[in-house]
Write a protein that binds this ligand. Structure first.
Ligand SMILES: Nc1ncnc2c1ncn2[C@@H]1O[C@H](COP(=O)(O)OP(=O)(O)OP(=O)(O)O)[C@@H](O)[C@H]1O
Ligand SMILES: [Mg+2]
Length: 243
């Protein structure tokens, strides 16, 4: 079953066509990679799917229903979480407080107060523990290392138990040992049923985690396939070398 369908999405900024008729489909339970040279439109596709910016044309469907035109909080509440290319952490809030922001902001807090889930602080501590960063719960966001911020952001987005998470360069700028740990956390969450769309320039990381890879070039899908198929595709190499 397809969890997310992106259908002929386009977006331009002034004279720049950032996304140009992009279509892709994510299978339920999958980890799908979205790769492409700098400026090929990956982050813009994320912003369009998650409602951070409005598309010019095209449609996004989640579990068969159009979510086009909905705002970011509604979309988060429906079960699509995201992280940012540069982790968005509030430097003057503690790590634990940072965890509670997306819940309070998006209105998914109602799910806690209805007693559907246990207390939000317990849930936050549980997710910090799952990411092996319980020890930073009381530290200010601004004092965390780059890798810890990435893990905190991943923990925070899991607060509302999203079914799909869009990760924008989760390994970018992170030291190799921590990159491996981040990969393990993604796989563990995937085993628990979370699907992922993953943007990343670290090719061994993407190839190791994803079953399916979509290559974006100038805002459109250039190729799609298994890691082996993408690795052997000369058009993909040309796109990277040409940009
Ligand atoms: N808010 C904006 N205003 C103007 N142009 C933008 C805006 N956002 C993106 N662009 C342009 O759209 C194109 C696609 O950018 P985008 O950030 O989506 O690429 P990307 O694939 O994520 O690149 P990278 O790998 O470097 O993160 C680029 O030419 C970029 O300069
Ligand atoms: Mg980007």
């Amino acid at each position: 079953m397809s969890l997310l369908e992106v259908d002929a999405l386009s977006k331009h900024f002034g004279g720049v066509t950032a996304v140009d008729g992009c279509s892709l489909s994510l299978q339920l339970g999958s980890i799908t990679g979205l790769i492409g040279p700098n400026g090929s439109g990956k982050t813009t596709v994320f912003n369009l799917i998650t409602g951070f910016i409005a598309r010019d044309t095209g449609d996004v469907r989640f579990k068969g229903e159009s979510i086009t035109g909905l705002g970011p909080n509604r979309i988060y509440g429906l079960g699509i979480g995201r992280t940012f290319q540069l982790a968005r952490i509030f430097p003057r809030l503690t790590a634990l407080e940072n965890m509670l922001v997306p819940v309070r902001r998006s209105g998914v807090r109602a799910l806690f107060s209805r007693g559907q889930w246990h207390d939000e602080k317990d849930r936050a501590m549980e997710m910090l523990a799952a990411m092996d960063i319980s020890h930073v719960a009381g530290l200010l966001g601004g004092s965390l290392s780059y890798g810890q911020r990435k893990l905190l952001e991943l923990a925070a987005v899991m607060m509302a138990r999203p079914q799909l998470v869009l990760l924008d360069e989760p390994a970018g700028g992170v030291n190799p040992a921590l990159v491996e740990r981040i990969g393990e956390h993604i796989l563990e969450l995937n085993r628990q049923g979370v699907s992922f769309l993953l943007v990343e320039h670290n090719m061994p990381f993407v190839m190791g985690l994803c079953q399916q890879i979509v290559v974006l070039h100038r805002g459109a899908v250039l190729a799609e396939g298994t890691p082996a198929e993408i690795r052997g595709n000369p058009a993909v190499l040309d796109a990277y070398l040409g940009s």
